[in-house]
Unconditional design. Structure first.
Length: 274
């Protein structure tokens, strides 16, 4: 076999790719190249902050408070909901690529995990974009917010902090809300999107589990107690723990403990901004 190519410049190229189809193709190639051994960690390019990853000009990014609430019974409201989920998945591609590219002191297994997550997020986005197009819209037709990437930037200095606050808080919320979204879509007869969300829901349990695994492993390596560390990080970074509605069954499968879920429920009550 010829000498492998350094994977890091290619991860960065995919992360910074602005064209959607190019990004999706490069993510798939990264995963395939890692699995067949043609791409490996053979270089050490400088890691820098990425305040703005590669993304198309649209959608327009606005504060979440400025996003319109549309009725699901309308064509635009139906499409806007699918668009919002697609936007989360697109951001999740960049988030996984950033983790794979940035945190190089961790073993090959960490890189492999996040390349797999990136590939699956890309598949999720492609499926949701296809559903949007079937409704007469496309990705970028509605404004969106940038909350997920903003937290990615805040946690780019430490993989332990990243694992604590992004997969275990922001991404885990998808496990909580997806069943309710599926019920709403079933109510308007959109069984095709419900089926797509079944795939996403199954995969996202695994993604949150990846975050849980690496968070607890990093805590163990640093001699830190995971629950106390997690609680402190949530407080230090002023992360809003969503009130109520935790999907206990899915979160337990993703690696949360019963004790931790009770802690999160209590934390959401004392930090409820309403």
């Amino acid at each position: 076999m010829p000498n492998p190519t350094d994977i890091y410049p290619l991860i960065h190229r995919a992360l910074m790719a602005e064209d959607i189809d190019t990004k999706l193709a490069e993510v798939a190639a990264l995963r395939a190249g890692w699995l067949d051994g043609s791409l490996r960690r053979v270089g050490d390019d400088t890691v820098v902050a990425v305040p703005v990853p590669g993304r198309p000009v649209r959608p327009t990014l606005v504060p979440s408070s400025q996003l319109l609430q549309r009725k699901l019974s309308t064509q635009e409201g139906h499409a806007a909901l699918v668009h919002a989920i697609a936007h989360i998945e697109f951001n999740a591609i960049n988030l996984a690529l950033d983790a794979a590219w940035r945190f190089r002191d961790l073993p090959d297994a960490f890189l492999a995990d996040w390349l797999q997550v990136a590939a699956e997020e890309a598949q999720h986005f492609a499926m949701l974009r296809e559903r949007l197009q079937s409704l007469g819209f496309d990705y970028g037709d509605f404004p969106a917010h940038n909350g997920l990437w903003q937290m990615t930037c805040k946690t780019d200095h430490d993989p332990l902090v990243r694992m604590a606050l992004v997969p275990r808080i922001l991404e885990a919320r998808g496990l909580d809300v997806t069943p309710g979204i599926q019920r709403k879509l079933t109510g308007i007869g959109d069984t095709a999107t419900v089926a797509v969300l079944d795939v996403i829901y199954h995969d996202e349990v695994g993604h949150v589990q990846v975050g849980n695994y690496w968070f607890t492993r990093l805590c163990d390596e640093r001699g830190m107690e995971p629950l106390a560390t997690f609680r402190q990080l949530v407080a230090d970074y002023d992360v809003y723990v969503f009130k109520g509605g935790f999907n206990r069954e899915a979160r337990l499968r993703a690696g949360f403990s019963e004790f931790e879920l009770k802690m999160l429920e209590d934390f959401s009550l004392v930090r409820d901004p309403s």
